[in-house]
Structure formats: C-alpha cells, structure tokens
Design a protein around this ligand. Structure first.
Ligand code: PLP
Length: 459
C-alpha cells in the first residue's frame, strides 16, 4: 500500500471537489468511488487492497499492460530533456518527428502523414475541420454533411459528441451541431435477428446509401464509423457490412473515416481494425492505444487523397492544438509502438489470445442469462437477455447490466456494462491463464446476477 489516506477520506474529498465524466454525482457521493491506487500487468489494486483483473485496459487504452519500464523511461528521459515545446511557427521536436516516421511503418498502406492532438475527441474535431477544408479546396464547398451511426462513439467535444450517435448525449446541450446526421448501426442481435447476419450487414450498410441519396451526394463530405463499435457495446459487424460501406463511399466520392481510437494498435489482431475488415479509409482517427494510455495523445492519419490537397493546394490550415506533437506524449508513443513490435503483440492477439478469448466466450453461451456472445481480437461482449430462446431483452429500467457489473467489481474483475451487454477489452499482453481467470470470474458473476434477477422475480 502506498496510500496516504483511508479509502473513506479519499471518497469524501472526491465527492466534494472532483466532477467526474459521465457521472451522476449524487449517486456517486452516496456510494463512494472505488479508489484505484496502483497497477501491474493486467491487474489494478484499490485502496482497500483488492486485486482486480482489469478486463477493460483502463478505458480501452492500456494495451501493453501496466508498469512497462520502456514507457516510463521514455517519459522520464523526455521530461528531463525537453518537457515541452510547440510545433507551431516553423518549429518541431525530435520525438514528434520520430513518431510520425515510425507511424509510417505500422499504418495501413498509403498513410504517410500524421496530425497530432491529445485525445480521440480532439482528433475527430480535426477530422470535421479537415474534411470540410478538403472539399473547400477542391471547389465543392457545399459538401458539408458528415454521416455517423446510431450508437457510434466518437468523443465528447461538440463535434465528437455530434458525430457520436448516443441519444443521451444528444439530449443535452443542443446536439448534434448542424450538418451531422446518423444512419443505422450494424447490430445484428438487436436489429436483425429475423435475417442472416450477412443479409443484415448489407441492409445496415445500405441505410448509408439511402441517406446519401436523401441529402444529395453533392452535399455529403464524409462517413465516419468505428470498425467495431466500442462504447456502443462491442458491436462486431457482419462480414458483409464494411465492404458495402466502402463500395457506397467510393460510388459517391465520399471520404471514409475509420475511427480507430479503440481498434487501432493491435486490438483486433491487425495493427488497425480497417485491415481486419479489409477496408481502405481516407482518414484514421487514433488515440488511447497509441500510448497505451500512459500519457494523453491522439491524432489523425491522413491518407494520400486528402494529404495531397491539403499540402499542395492548402496553404495555411488554420487549426491545431498547443499540445499537437507534445514531446513527452510522442516519446511515450514511440516506446509503446516499439514495445508492441518487440513483444509481437499484434500476432499474439491474432494467433493466440484472440482466438482463445473467442472460444472461451462461446462457452458462456450455455449460460441461462446469455443470449449471444461476440468477440473480435481482444474485444468481447456477452449479451444478457430475459428469454434465451427468443432473445427477448430485459426491460431497460431494470439495469441488469449494472447488477452484473457490481458483482464483477466485488469479485475482482472489471467488466463494463452497456445496457445488458457485458463487455471486455483486456490488455493485449494478457495470457491464456489470465483469460481463464477472466472467464471463470465472468461466469461466477453471471450466476450471481441470475440468482439476483430470479430473487427479484425478473425472469
Ligand atoms: C474513446 C473514444 C473516442 C474519444 O476519445 P477521448 O480520448 O475520450 O476524447 C473517440 N472515438 C472512439 C472510437 C473512442 O472509443
């Protein structure tokens, strides 16, 4: 223990002064926050000394696991040498240059230019400005509309929240901003069980074409989507979905943005999710896994089509952040990417732990509460339902997911609940033995949840 205060003292100070993201503060104050104090590998410890298997990699980001010496040393060295310098006014720094160069090694073919920010949200704001600038420069300024998807997640800034298709976010503060619209998500279990996944994948993708025709293709700038929806509940699209999206974007000349904030840097078993699904986007959003979350960094990979116009015809692009190319963040990203390469973590996910997680999750389908499971690389979802045979969901107000999440915490496992879908995205360094522990704990928590819903007469 390294703590200097009791858990209760931390909790009191926390609810007095700290406004948390996406949080009901009265409910939090009543319960008290769990105070996470230290971590190693795939485990975190709270101030009560509980050891918890972090099956969410912090928040989808700690891909190389906690406590990696190379990243710590890279940050320390850079803090000592040059903690900050900007990249405005004809200046640059070695770590930012090195990172941009290194990214050409791991990015999908055709990506040779990189813009840096400090988060996924900022990166998507950059995308909105960059695609509109692109269309301005090529003489089609009327192409303003960007199309996202229901239940997609692209961040929480004004543009990020607008691109997201989360009704709870749009209900607050007059969102989405103008010229951002949404189409259907490829969530087969919820929306398409009356057809094959393949047929539904095409149908979901074709809602994009219908929307383009409704708006007029000459007004549409871009489509944005996550290869696998993360915050929406680890929704793995049917195999037919992305090729059809690609076809539609090409047919109408629309830019395709792959938001790889979660899927990037190995999560799906390739360096980028678009490679897993065989898609060639024009722009790629990244953040989270680029530094394994050790320090904040995000950015946009800019493909040739847009880069050429911006660079050769653009003049000043009046956009950027104080921390664009932050030297400490970039130094950590370089160390992180080299570590992913050295430990062969992408191959580890693709050939070993990804398929292993898939087979262990499939076993959970025999559980009375489980209607379906899905995985892609090291992302997984367990869909809990009221009636297994018909797939009938629980009434949303019952918050069965929250009941299960509480059991998980109490039993040493972080699983997140999205409605009644329990999701995981463990660090890429996880071993088969640790996956066994994860699945054993998950099953136990499903049992405890089942006992609860039975006791309350909900099933
Ligand atoms: C987390 C996330 C974002 C937002 O990133 P922040 O760093 O929280 O701003 C954007 N897109 C996707 C796909 C994400 O998962």
């Amino acid at each position: 223990m390294t703590t200097t205060r009791t858990t209760k003292q931390w909790q009191e100070a926390d609810s007095k002064h700290f406004l948390h993201p996406f949080t009901d503060h009265q409910a939090l104050a009543a319960k008290g926050a769990r105070i996470v104090e230290r971590a190693q590998g795939v485990y975190v410890w709270d101030t009560d000394g509980n050891k918890i298997l972090d099956a969410m990699s912090g928040l989808w980001c700690v891909n190389v696991g906690y406590g990696q010496r190379e990243l710590i040393d890279a940050a320390t060295r850079q803090l000592e040498t040059l903690p900050f310098y900007n990249a405005f006014f004809n200046t640059s720094t070695p770590p930012a240059i090195e990172l941009a160069e290194l990214l050409t090694e791991v990015a999908p073919e055709g990506f040779r230019h990189f813009f840096f920010s400090s988060s996924g949200s900022e990166s998507n704001d950059t995308n909105v400005r960059m695609v509109r600038r692109y269309w301005d420069l090529i003489g089609q300024p009327q192409r303003q509309v960007i199309i996202g998807r229901n239940n997609g997640y692209h961040g929480s800034t004004m543009a990020g929240a607008s691109l997201s298709g989360m009704s709870g976010m749009h209900a607050q503060g007059g969102l989405p901003i103008p010229n951002i619209v949404h189409v259907e998500q490829p969530h087969w279990y919820e929306l398409g069980r009356d057809m094959t996944p393949e047929a539904f994948g095409l149908k979901a993708a074709q809602t994009l074409e219908a929307k383009i025709l409704e708006i007029g293709a000459d007004k549409v700038a871009a489509f944005i989507g996550e290869p696998v929806q993360g915050a929406g509940g680890v929704i793995v699209p049917p195999s037919t979905y992305w090729p059809e999206i690609q076809r539609i974007c090409r047919k109408h000349g629309i830019l395709l943005i792959s938001d790889e904030v979660i899927c990037g840097f190995g999560r799906t078993g390739h360096w980028f999710g678009c490679q897993t699904f065989g898609v060639q986007p024009d722009l790629i959003t990244f953040a989270k896994g680029v530094t394994s979350g050790y320090v904040p960094l995000g950015g946009v990979m800019v493909g040739e089509r847009v880069a050429k116009v911006l660079i050769e015809q653009g003049g000043d692009f009046n956009h950027g952040y104080t921390y664009s190319g932050h030297p400490v963040a970039c130094a950590v990203a370089v160390a992180n990417i080299r570590l992913i390469q050295r430990l062969k973590l992408v191959e580890h996910v693709r050939d070993d732990v990804g398929p292993y997680l898939a087979s262990r999750f499939e076993e959970l389908r025999d559980h009375p509460l489980v209607g379906d499971t899905q995985t892609c690389g090291l992302m997984g979802a367990v869909q809990m339902v009221k009636d297994k045979a018909s797939g009938t969901p629980f009434d949303g107000d019952l918050a069965v997911g929250m009941i299960c999440r509480a059991h998980c915490f109490a039993n040493g496992l972080v699983m997140r609940a999205v409605g009644d879908r329990m999701i995981v995205a463990p660090p890429l360094v996880i071993t088969r033995a640790e996956i066994d522990e994860l699945v054993t704990k998950a099953r136990k928590c499903l049992d405890l949840t089942l006992a609860d819903v039975k006791a309350r007469g909900l099933i």
